[in-house]
Design a protein around this ligand. Structure first.
Ligand code: AGP
Length: 614
């Protein structure tokens, strides 16, 4: 998704802006652009394509100036071309804008502006927005800061914006439903406004996490000026943030995705560390403890999420119903927000999101909050919008995830959900002390078992080579492994562009079995769980139709090894923890297939790391 950055201070803006675009690169984008102010004139450069080419083109003649904006765009309104790339300059030529998000009512605003004589160079909602701001100011004769507030009050949508006024040498920033932070330099002599803290490393550790609907005015050497929605002055809260420099380096790995797959043993430990003790037999997820009474009385738990986080929610449903006996429903956030869902103050609404910025999930939370449900957020990104909107919650502590295809964020979400299910089961008295101890002891073995699976990388790579030219794939699983079948299919689709579907294994005979022939690779999650015999039958059904079976089995399995074309042997664990292990070979399989196909694993086409538009 797009990333925006603005700089104002005493340094050359261009290198700082380019550093910011470098940090956003992993999010996925199709065009880039920079504007600076040199001798009171805008120096505007835009490019449809990759950042490396843009840098090369501008290397010998870099835009000069101590103030500027930059943007990496993921097209929403208008083609991904140079014309539609940001920054956009207002009709009078005084203001420039970078904008992330969507202005939903842009066409009605545009119509009004056209009637008033404005002309447009692009098809974007962002150009409409900057002209709308300019229009409001010229009509109201108020300060630009107040005019932005008035203009945004009439805008429908979720956005973050930075506006540059070349006459005042100042930046203005505002957000609604999309994160924006301000890095504050020493003595407020310089400011970097950015989508997240990643570009701030090395510049400053002082940061303001902007509140929704506040409008900031930032000019070097001047006090930070902040107006709230009602145009009242507020004082900003400046915090320290910790840099995570190692996260944005690939180290010895060819891709961030592979690095992050290999980081899972550590991510799993980091997500349970300090929250449980196998020896003493306790679990303590802060948010759960705080709302113990409400959770104990909860009639129902409703999960809402998207993509991989939605798959984690399905695992959560399995775990909570199995262990705590509480009814759970799992919703696509994008559907939930547009229904009239039956939810109330006796329900607990759990929103799961790696980024904490997903627009659909944010909208679903708003609806559930309105209906008075308790909101529990499970996020990876610290300080994100969802973490702030939630009444209670848990961070997953997976560390920054850069690969667009989510891997370690998923496993750490599943760890949090496991702890949640166990803690709720403990409150309900469903587990004896001995049972709880032995479950937690097994959870502590998971990281080393994941390490063992990672040693199978070369074997998985060979299997990937055999099937990398396939056009279709099926993934089958039962029970807690069903969401993993969905996740395996999603990983493969995202990065290799092979059509893949996940199904509950028994469901294929109700239709999808018609697809099976000698050209159909079928990945079957066949670990030794309660449905093992059924899975063996499912594999036989596939083999009878000449399908190619890649089975994920437990070490020492002899039955399936005989019938499957390939078997990947992973360590045994409790059925509850099967998802944490069986997902790993599927992540490796998708990764290697994509590499064999020569795909851009870390920046797959059309995808973005956090989907901040609906
Ligand atoms: C995962 O591989 C995907 N890129 C995508 O499905 C993602 O999980 C989804 O967009 C939700 O993102 P979130 O967890 O940041 O809310």
């Amino acid at each position: 998704m797009s990333g925006i950055i603005g700089y104002v201070g005493k340094k050359e803006a261009y290198p700082i802006l380019i550093h910011g675009l470098n940090c956003f690169e992993f999010r996925g984008y199709d065009s880039v652009g920079v504007v600076t102010v040199d001798k009171n004139e805008f120096e505007l450069r835009k490019f449809a394509g990759k950042l490396a080419e843009f840098k090369e083109k501008n290397e010998a003649n870099q835009p000069k100036g101590n103030i500027g904006l930059a943007h990496s765009r993921w097209a929403t309104h208008g083609m991904a071309d140079e014309n539609n790339a940001h920054p956009h300059v207002s009709y009078s030529g005084r203001l420039a804008i970078v904008h992330k998000g969507i202005v939903e009512n842009y066409s009605s605003l545009k119509e009004k502006l056209i009637k008033d004589g404005f002309e447009f160079k692009s098809d974007t909602d962002s150009e409409v927005l900057i002209n709308w701001i300019e229009h409001i100011q010229s009509k109201s004769q108020k300060s630009l800061q107040e005019s932005i507030q008035i203009a945004l009050n009439q805008v429908v949508g979720a956005y973050s914006i930075i506006v540059l006024d070349k006459e005042e040498n100042a930046l203005y920033a505002a957000r609604k439903g999309a994160q924006l932070v301000i890095g504050v330099g020493a003595e407020e002599e310089e400011f970097i406004i950015t989508t997240d803290t990643s570009p701030l490393g090395g510049y400053t550790s002082q940061v303001i996490y902007m509140e929704e609907e506040d409008v900031y005015r930032l000019a070097p050497g001047e006090k930070i000026n902040l107006l709230n929605l009602d145009n009242l002055q507020k004082s900003p809260v400046i915090e320290e943030f910790e840099e995570e420099l190692h996260a944005i380096e690939k180290g010895d790995f060819d891709h961030f995705m592979l690095k992050e797959i290999y980081e899972q043993p550590k991510a799993i430990i980091d997500s349970y560390r300090g929250r449980m003790s196998a020896v003493e037999g306790w679990i303590k997820l802060g948010g759960i403890t705080e709302y113990r009474n409400k959770l104990n009385k909860a009639k129902r738990i409703v999960f809402a999420a998207c993509g991989t986080s939605w798959h984690a929610s399905l695992v959560g449903k399995y775990l909570i119903e199995e262990l705590a006996g509480i009814q759970v429903s799992v919703e696509y956030a994008s559907e939930f927000r547009y229904r009239k869902p039956v939810i109330g103050n006796e329900d607990v609404f759990v929103a799961i999101s790696q980024s904490g910025e997903t627009a659909d999930t944010i909208a679903a939370i708003e609806l559930a909050k309105h209906k008075q449900a308790l909101i529990y957020g499970i996020c990876n990104s610290v300080g994100s919008t969802i973490s702030k909107m939630s009444h209670a919650g848990s961070y997953t502590h997976a560390g920054q995830e850069i690969g667009i295809a989510s891997t370690k964020a998923f496993t750490s979400q599943v760890v949090i959900l496991t702890l949640m299910a166990l803690q709720l089961a403990d409150y309900k008295g469903n587990l004896s002390k001995t049972q709880l101890n032995s479950i937690l002891y097994e959870l502590e073995q998971i990281p080393s078992k994941v390490e063992e699976i990672l040693k199978l990388d070369a074997e998985v790579k060979k299997i990937a080579k055999v099937y990398h030219q396939a056009n279709n794939f099926l993934f089958l699983g039962r029970g807690a492994n069903y969401p993993i079948a969905l996740e395996g299919a999603l990983k493969l689709k995202e990065i290799s562009y092979i059509h893949a579907e996940g199904y509950p294994a028994a469901e294929i005979k109700h239709g999808p079995i018609a697809l099976i022939d000698e050209n159909m690779p079928v990945v079957v999650l066949a670990t030794n769980d309660s449905a093992y015999d059924k899975i063996v039958s499912n594999i036989q059904e596939i083999k009878a139709r000449k399908g190619k079976v890649i089975a994920i089995v437990n070490k020492g399995d002899t039955v399936i090894k005989e019938i499957a074309d390939h078997s990947i042997e992973i360590p045994k664990t409790l059925e509850l923890f099967a998802p944490l292990l069986s997902v790993v070979p599927l992540q490796l399989l998708a990764y290697h297939i994509a590499v064999w196909r020569g795909a851009d694993v870390d920046s797959p086409r059309n995808l973005t790391k956090s989907v901040t538009v609906e």
